[in-house]
Design a protein. Structure first.
Length: 191
């Protein structure tokens, strides 16, 4: 239907708003598209993607919003994967993605942005499981236990090595045997 124009009739201009884009024809709400929110900006309206979605903000037109995922944070032809930062893992959560600090790191879980995860110093906090006779070394996200000199084991369990001066090990070598390339003429006892 054509609207009749009357010569010399005053024009009525209505600013486009989120509630009214139809002007004098009556209120027609703005269509910002799926997963976008409308905001009046004084010259019309803008459409911005909701949290968990990416896309360009538009003015007086719908926005194209794509859900953010661990594999794609921007909806581009070549997707940009989420970067959760050192010591964090990405998980899909329905509002985009979340970044959670891994074991050995501490920090707050974030939504749609990198987490700031700090290394936990298990040795300094004495939360390691090293034996009392082991040295604890902290590494990013983990630690290592090494038995001290004079002890043997895996670091979480260290046993003293036998004392070389407290117990003699006696070896008897019969005559006629080779010992380091020499032939033993008489029986020998080694301590």
């Amino acid at each position: 239907m054509k609207w009749p124009l009357t010569e010399n009739a005053p024009a009525t201009c209505v600013e486009k708003t989120c509630a009214n884009t139809g002007g004098f024809r009556g209120p027609i709400p703005a269509d910002c598209g799926t997963n976008a929110v409308c905001t009046d900006d004084g010259v019309g309206y803008t459409c911005t993607c909701e949290a968990g979605f990416s896309g360009s903000t538009t003015t007086n037109a719908p926005a194209t919003c794509v859900e953010m995922t661990c594999a794609d944070t921007d909806g581009a032809a070549t997707p940009t994967p989420a970067s959760c930062g050192t010591g964090a893992t990405c998980t899909e959560d329905g509002d985009g993605y979340s970044c959670t600090c891994e074991a050995g790191f501490s920090g707050s879980t974030t939504t749609n942005e990198a987490a700031l995860c700090a290394d936990v110093d298990e040795c300094g906090l004495e939360t390691d499981d090293c034996d009392a006779n082991a040295l604890c070394e902290n590494f990013a996200g983990t630690f290592n236990c090494t038995c001290l000199d004079g002890y043997a084991g895996n670091g979480t369990s260290c046993d003293p090595l036998p004392d070389k001066t407290s117990a003699a090990i006696v070896c008897t070598i019969p005559a006629g045997m080779f010992l380091g390339g020499l032939v033993v003429a008489l029986p020998a006892v080694l301590y």
